[in-house]
Design a protein around this ligand. Structure first.
Ligand SMILES: Cc1ncc(COP(=O)(O)O)c(C=O)c1O
Length: 409
């Protein structure tokens, strides 16, 4: 072999290594003008999450301009590095992290941005890491055991803020989060008393449930927070009204976000003083849901209006198990929109598992066929975040789209 040939081979090998390395380290496949261009150029045979930075910026602005307090983001709803980066650029004011991995991710973009560690149950190792390694000073809890765990690590550091997560009776949302977490008002009073005596900053936090139906739920929780604080006779430094703000899925009949903000503002003013108590929210869904769509391909169509997609319940559609959120759809064939009359289809995902199926039929153009692409809107929250590797499939690839498809919201 000549020296030139060896050089050429080495150069080729190094290019190959670079290509495979970047494929491993990055799941973002590139930037495209619109979905039609993704379909025509990338022609993906795997599911692709399509992210619109413009939409995300608009949503962050909507919150920053109208929510009457500080606005954070619940990382659990979309922990993609790409999204975190754009949220920081858009001016998000803090992050709610549920794990050390989420804290590490946020810290990798911003050394000092405020992080609230709002998972009420944490191991001692996690608390220690968050406090010493990542400088976290705000923790949520809902029982005395967690209080003692935290105290054993942070001692009596007065810069530590402890938020008591409380719950009230009632059903307020598509996904009730208060079956797992939340102190009763009576327990919350006792916890506030302990926090106060130990010299920490006391705070209250609640979550009305994800995809909350009504602004009055926040009013009920804020009223309960005021009663808890009054009975405990403890100064509340921060009231965190959680997430829960709804998305406008096709089958959702929820008021606009501004009605939620107004209700919170009125009720907060009635019972708390802005000079003494900080008001914050930490939405996930409502901030990111409309900035993401999920582009899938039809693998197979049976004669009885059953279709099989290359993504499903174990991938980007896991939330469909929790509640049927009817997603808007568009169908593309040869990069053109298919617009013929609609019919109802039974839709399955790609795995060898019968659970991998949408709960309800989906209305699609009657001619939908193998090889077509279906773009599902409103998948930016709890989409890629919950994907698994079941059966060797996964739904973790992203593209950036400059001109997003127009879907409701
Ligand atoms: C503590 C906490 N904050 C915020 C959120 C975000 O909720 P959502 O996506 O409904 O806005 C969650 C969701 O599980 C949560 O557990």
């Amino acid at each position: 072999m000549t020296t030139t040939m060896t050089h050429q081979l080495n150069a080729e090998l190094s290019r190959y290594k670079q290509r495979t390395m970047s494929a491993v380290t990055s799941n973002v496949l590139g930037e495209y003008r619109d979905i039609a261009q993704v379909v025509s150029q990338l022609q993906p045979d795997f599911p692709v999450h399509c992210f619109s930075p413009d939409d995300l910026r608009e949503r962050v602005q909507l919150f920053l301009n109208n929510f009457p307090g500080q606005v954070g983001f619940a990382v659990k709803s979309n922990g993609e590095a790409l999204i975190i980066e754009h949220l920081i650029e858009s001016g998000i004011q803090f992050f709610d992290a549920a794990s050390i991995a989420e804290i590490e991710l946020v810290r990798s973009f911003h050394e000092s941005i405020r992080i609230l560690y709002d998972n009420p149950i944490k191991s001692r190792d996690e608390i220690e890491k968050a406090y010493y390694q990542y400088g976290v000073r705000s923790f949520a809890l809902d029982d005395e055991i967690e209080f003692e765990k935290i105290q054993s690590i942070v001692d009596h550091d007065p810069s530590v803020q402890l938020s008591v997560r409380f719950k009230i009776k009632g059903s307020f949302a598509a996904q009730d989060l208060n079956t797992k977490f939340g102190a009763s008002p009576e327990q919350a009073i006792e916890l506030l008393d302990k926090i106060n005596h130990a010299g920490y900053k006391a705070a209250l936090t609640f979550h009305p449930g994800s995809q909350c139906y009504s602004p009055s739920a926040y009013k009920d929780f804020i009223y309960a927070a005021a009663m808890i604080a009054e009975k405990a006779e403890v100064k509340i430094n921060m009231l965190n009204v959680g997430g829960g703000f709804p998305a406008q899925y096709l089958n959702s009949d929820t008021p606009p976000l501004l009605d939620f903000f107004l209700a919170i503002e009125e009720q907060f003013k009635r019972y708390f003083s802005r000079d003494e108590c900080e008001l914050v929210c930490e939405p996930g869904r409502a901030l990111v849901v409309s900035s993401g769509t999920l582009l899938c391909r039809v693998k197979h169509r049976r004669q009885d209006n059953t279709i099989f997609l290359n993504d499903g319940i174990y991938g980007g559609f896991m939330e469909q198990l929790v509640a049927f959120f009817k997603l808007p759809v568009k169908v593309y064939r040869n990069s053109k929109l298919v617009l013929d009359s609609a019919d109802d289809f039974k839709v399955y995902g790609p795995t060898c598992d019968p659970t991998d199926c949408f709960q309800e039929s989906i209305s699609l153009p009657a001619s939908v066929q193998e090889g077509d692409y279906i773009e599902f809107g409103l998948t930016g929250a709890y989409g890629s975040a919950t994907t698994t590797r079941f059966n060797g499939y996964s739904s973790d690839k992203y593209v950036i789209v400059k001109k997003a498809s127009h879907f409701p919201e």
